[in-house]
Design a protein around this ligand. Structure first.
Ligand SMILES: [Zn+2]
Length: 422
């Protein structure tokens, strides 16, 4: 960095004339003052926080990294969700959400009440930076100060109103308008003993997602249309799940929420790129049936598939027969492994568990069951609906519907061309 660059830096940080700062800087350096020390002394001269070490200088949101211990940013509050956590044995209410400036968005956790509310533009002084789910996050604690600042324009809308299709695990302080499609009252072992919860499926115009209502609200009944404010999103079995906490407000809606009964049709590539999606549908060819399909054995303790009577967790076990298919689907944009349960497997096999046992006994080989399934489905196109999860080993589609496609190859080709042309 040249002296000129240092001067430019300082001048923009301090909001003073660059030439003036540069003259001062040159002067000090001429007297053999190291440049960092010289800058520090000029910060004091021009009144940036004063103090020996000075405060952290202000940075753009996009430039915040976990290498910085503390930063100061001026940003708009997009969301401000409330959540109660247990910290060092005590119940504590925290605020969490996202801040944004012109350069980007960043999530934050506020460990005390700073009065943050969506739409406010604030200067957050001396916020800690830590890593959260792979990205930098601001931590607002005891040594942080928050001051209102002049309103700034940001590309993101403040407030947290969201479509279900845009929600991702980690989202907080969001508002949704939904229809309750399915709901079940359950008793679980919560952190304060037995608790009643509601769990089921919510839908709006864009998607369907599983949800948990930790307060077992009476208003959350099948068919109800609701506006829920301040919900958070967690990953549950690989897909986003909407959580209604004690701080979530739920109001009946006086409008209908159109929900579609059909799953969201996606290309395999788009589905996999979501990182996990609930109730999606792909149209794809079965290109192979993987090992571990057909007549299999499961550990009676944990349900894992056993290899030669061995469970990975429980060793030598007396395995229980089951039917399963792991089929590789390919639609030209990508591949995903479809996992069919016993009922769907019986359909594609064309027989039940007893039939499979008999066929295997006659042939003295279990693999004949998988072979018959291969003959029946490999090379054919299917409409496959299910819940998609993605992990280090690849993408899996837990199948709920598996039907031979009745769409004409021409329609299919047109759709694929449109996809490729995007
Ligand atoms: Zn086991």
């Amino acid at each position: 960095m040249s002296l000129d660059d240092h001067a430019e830096d300082l001048a923009s940080d301090l909001g003073v004339d660059k030439e003036e700062v540069k003259a001062d800087l040159e002067n000090l350096v001429e007297y053999s003052v190291p440049v960092e020390e010289a800058k520090q002394s000029l910060r004091r001269k021009y009144g940036d926080g004063g103090g020996g070490s000075g405060g952290p200088s202000e940075v753009d949101v996009a430039d915040v990294t976990t290498d910085q211990g503390n930063v100061t940013v001026t940003a708009k509050v997009l969301t401000a969700g409330k959540r109660s956590i247990r910290y060092q044995g005590d119940e504590q209410v925290i605020r969490e959400g996202e801040l944004a400036d012109e350069t980007g968005r960043i999530s934050y956790t506020a460990w005390q009440e700073f009065g943050l509310s969506p739409g406010d533009t604030v200067t957050v002084g001396n916020a800690g930076v830590r890593e959260w789910e792979g990205d930098p996050e601001l931590n607002l604690g005891e040594s942080t100060n928050v001051a209102y600042a002049d309103d700034i324009d940001v590309p993101d809308e403040a407030g947290g109103d969201s479509d279900l299709s845009t929600l991702e695990p980690g989202d907080r302080g969001r508002n949704v308008e939904v229809t309750v499609v399915e709901v079940e009252r359950k008793t679980i072992d919560g952190r304060d003993g037995e608790t009643e919860i509601n769990s089921g499926v919510l839908a709006d115009e864009t998607a369907r997602l599983p949800f948990t209502d930790w307060e077992a609200r009476e208003a959350v009944v099948e068919g109800a249309t609701l506006r829920a404010e301040d919900v958070y999103v967690r990953e549950f079995r690989g897909v986003p799940s909407v959580n209604l906490s004690e701080f979530t407000t739920v109001e009946p809606l006086d409008r209908e929420v159109e929900v579609s009964d059909t799953a969201t049709r996606m290309s395999v590539r788009d589905a996999v790129s979501t990182g996990g999606a609930y109730d999606v549908e792909v149209l794809a060819n079965v290109v192979a049936v993987r090992d571990g399909s057909g007549l299999i054995e499961r550990c009676p303790e944990c349900g894992r598939v056993t290899q030669n009577g061995q469970c990975r967790s429980h060793g030598d076990v007396d395995g229980q027969d089951d039917l399963r298919v792991k089929a590789i689907l390919d639609d030209g944009t990508g591949t995903v492994t479809a996992v069919l349960d016993d009922e769907l497997t019986a359909e594609v096999y064309g027989g039940d568990l007893d039939d499979a046992r008999e066929q295997a006994r006659d042939a003295m080989d279990k693999e004949v069951v998988a072979d018959r399934i291969r003959e029946r489905i490999v090379g054919r196109e299917f409409r496959v609906r299910g819940n998609l999860s993605v992990d280090d080993y690849g993408a899996n589609l837990e199948v709920t519907e598996f039907e031979a496609s009745d769409e004409s190859p021409t329609d299919r080709a047109t759709a694929l061309l449109a996809e490729v042309a995007e």
